[in-house]
Design a binder for this molecule. Sequence first.
Ligand SMILES: NC(=O)c1ccc[n+]([C@@H]2O[C@H](COP(=O)([O-])OP(=O)(O)OC[C@H]3O[C@@H](n4cnc5c(N)ncnc54)[C@H](OP(=O)(O)O)[C@@H]3O)[C@@H](O)[C@H]2O)c1
Length: 358
Amino acid sequence: MEDDRVVTEAMKSKMVLPSEIRDESELLDVMTSPREPLVHFISGIEGPLVIVGAGGKMGPSLCVLAKRAAEAAGRDLEVIALSRFSNESEREWLNQRGIRTQRFDALDPKDLDALPEASHVVYLVGLKFGTGSNPELTWATNTIAPAGVAHRYSRIPMVALSTGNVYPMVPADSMGSLEQDPLTPIGEYANAAVARERVFGHFSRTLGNPCALLRLNYALDLRYGILVDLCQSILKGQPIDLAMSRANCIWQGDANDRILRSLSLAASPAVSFNLTSPESYAIRDLAERLGAELEMTPKFQGEPSSTALLSDASLLTDRLGEPEIPIDTVIRWTARWMRHGGRTLGRPTKFQIRDGAF
Ligand SMILES: NC(=O)c1ccc[n+]([C@@H]2O[C@H](COP(=O)([O-])OP(=O)(O)OC[C@H]3O[C@@H](n4cnc5c(N)ncnc54)[C@H](OP(=O)(O)O)[C@@H]3O)[C@@H](O)[C@H]2O)c1
């Protein structure tokens, strides 16, 4: 159901979608409006809920979603956001919304000693871009940091983010990789991401940590994501490379909802789930639909390859249901956002990369 109204508190459990999102305040309101299954789940969490690596693209909205879900459940859940907060404004934004923040560098042993108590943990720390110039930091961030946090939060239920990049390419006409498939990607970033999973898996086995590993393929925000990348190419008249012919992607609000609800799936030994759209999308089709909204004709180059980076999300969809926000809605929101000069983060996904070099 869609109309021109802004989402309000009263619409929380039954989401009414605006036809357009005009500014970041409205964007974050939509993205952090909790729905009933999350409100129900979070009512059973004692807290504190600790979000590690909360200063990036997903963390701030995830923290506020958790807080608002607890408020809707009539609970005063303490949500603690930990990060280096390279972007100080994210810290202030969180503080203003009732989230306690704490500076934390996961590679600093002193900071590990000062980690707060938690009933549940969501782990978002990761490093992808810049691997080519500093692979050592990518490996340290994706291995040493998880080891320290997993050790500190022994036996505390945890959801740890991973990535669909842990899989190799699969046939582009397939449903995508399944959780039990071999993790044999190419490139240092992807292999460091495999190592991140293995470190959490190791401590889940040896310390009994309940852990759910979520292999995310491409969150969609209006300020970054595959659709933003495609819009920018269309608006600049730049050709879109079709070699990576298909991709999975999911509205960031839906991804955050599933990350929090996956705390209920944490188990020892650790379990893995693909977190993305139930179906994959052809890049050409996404670009043409964005082009129609923008009233511009996209340019293309290259030939679709027979393989693509795809994940089959059936397992998590069976457990948590379908994502709420349809791709058509996100396409329209993104095109209108970009047409009106909405702010972007300047952090391209580089979804076209096929050689694993980030
Ligand atoms: N967004 C996506 O589409 C996507 C897709 C696939 C997988 N993922 C995974 O999902 C997770 C969250 O995604 P995201 O987009 O929010 O990632 P992100 O923007 O890279 O955020 C991760 C945050 O971790 C923090 N961090 C990095 N090193 C740290 C350290 N040593 N100590 C403490 N904090 C540190 C950084 O924030 P500070 O500098 O403020 O500390 C960083 O912004 C990542 O692990 C990523 O691998 C995301």
